[in-house]
Design a protein around this ligand. Structure first.
Ligand code: C2E
Ligand code: CA
Ligand code: CA
Ligand code: CA
Length: 275
C-alpha cells in the first residue's frame, strides 16, 4: 500500500485498522496489569562452559493477561516503552528479581534487562540500592543487561551511571552484541564486564563460516579487553562444542534449559547441566 494517509489504508486494508485497535487495547490492558499482579518472572540459566555448571540466571518477564493469555515480552515491552509504563514495570521487575535471587541457596548471579527509558529514569539507581539494602544481597551477584542502542544518547550521563553501578560491585553486560548500532568505540568508552553474542550469529555456527569468523573475532576482542562472553540461543550440543573450542565463557539457550518460573526453580533444577 502507498502511504496516502490513514483513510486510504482503512479503505483497502481494513485489517490494518483492526491491528491498530488491538494495539491500543493491549496498551490499555497493560496499564492495569501491574496493579492486577499479572506479570511473572522466568529465569534462564547462564551456564559456565569451563566449570560446567549454572552460575547465574537471566530474568525474563511474562504477562499473563486474562484477556490475551500469555503475552511475550517481545510484544508488550515495546508498548510499555511507548507509553512510559516500562519505568513502573521495570521497577517491579528489579525488586522482584533481586528479592527472588537473594533466596537462591547456591548464590548464582541474577541478570536483569534494562530498557532505554528506564536507564534515563532517576528512579533506577534508588530502586536498585533499595533492593540491595532490603534483601542484603551481595551486589556482585547483580548483572544489568543493556543494549548498544541505549548508549547512543546522553552518553556522558550513561557512562557516569554505569561507573556508579560498577563501583557498587554490580556487573554490566552488553546485550545483543552486533545487532544494533554497534560501535567498537562503545567497548572502549563504557565499562562492560561481559558481551552477549546475539543468537543470530550462533544459530548455524557449526555450518556458517561467516558466523564463525564473527564469533571468533568477538571472543578474541572481549578477551583482549578483559571482558567475558556469553553465546545466546544455544540449542544443540554441536553448537556448544564449537563454542567451547573458541573459549566462550558462558552459554545460554534451550540446550541447557528453557526459561523456568520461580516455583519450578525452587522445586529443583530441571537443567541439562551435564555437558
Ligand atoms: P533477550 O534479552 O535477548 O532475551 C533472550 C531471549 O531469547 C528470550 O526471549 C529467551 O527466551 C530467548 N531464548 C533463550 N534461549 C533460546 C534458544 O535457545 N533459542 C531461541 N530461539 N531463543 C532463546 P523472551 O523471553 O521472549 O524475551 C525477548 C526479549 O524481550 C528479550 O531479549 C529482551 O529484549 C526483552 N525482555 C525480556 N524480559 C525483559 C525484562 O524484564 N525487561 C526488559 N526491559 N526487557 C525484557
Ligand atoms: Ca537480555
Ligand atoms: Ca540478548
Ligand atoms: Ca534480543
Amino acid at each position: 500500500a502507498k502511504a496516502l494517509g490513514r483513510g486510504t489504508y482503512a479503505e483497502f486494508e481494513p485489517w490494518l485498522e483492526e491491528r491498530d485497535r488491538e494495539r491500543a487495547q493491549l496498551e490499555a490492558d497493560l496499564k492495569t496489569a501491574i496493579q492486577n499482579d499479572e506479570f511473572t518472572l522466568h529465569y534462564q540459566p547462564l551456564y559456565d562452559v569451563e566449570l560446567r555448571k549454572t552460575v547465574g540466571f537471566e530474568t525474563l518477564v511474562r504477562w499473563h493477561s486474562p484477556i490475551w493469555g500469555v503475552v511475550m515480552p517481545g510484544e508488550f515491552i515495546p508498548l510499555a516503552e511507548d507509553s512510559g509504563l516500562i519505568v513502573a514495570l521495570g521497577e517491579w521487575i528489579i525488586r522482584n528479581a533481586i528479592h527472588e535471587a537473594s533466596g537462591w541457596a547456591e548464590k548464582e548471579r541474577v541478570a536483569i534487562n534494562l530498557s532505554p527509558l528506564q536507564m534515563r529514569s532517576p528512579r533506577l539507581l534508588p530502586t536498585i540500592t533499595e533492593s540491595i539494602e532490603a534483601t542484603g544481597i551481595d551486589p556482585d551477584r547483580i548483572e544489568l543487561e543493556i543494549t548498544e542502542n541505549m548508549l547512543m544518547h546522553d552518553s556522558e550521563r550513561n557512562v557516569a551511571m554505569l561507573h556508579e553501578f560498577r563501583k557498587m560491585g554490580i556487573r554490566i553486560a552488553l546485550d545483543d552484541f552486533g545487532t544494533g548500532y554497534s560501535s567498537l568505540n562503545y567497548l572502549r568508552s563504557f565499562p562492560f564486564d561481559k558481551i552477549k553474542i546475539d543468537k543470530c550469529f550462533v544459530e548455524d555456527i557449526e555450518l556458517r563460516e561467516d558466523c564463525q569468523a564473527i564469533v571468533r573475532a568477538i571472543t578474541q576482542l572481549a578477551a583482549a579487553l578483559g571482558m567475558s562472553t556469553v553465546a545466546e540461543g544455544v540449542e544443540r550440543e554441536s553448537q556448544l562444542q564449537w563454542l567451547r573450542g573458541e573459549g566462550i565463557t558462558q552459554i545460554q539457550g534451550y540446550l541447557i534449559s528453557y526459561p523456568v518460573n520461580a516455583s519450578e526453580l525452587s522445586d529443583g533444577r530441571p537443567f541439562n547441566e551435564d555437558r
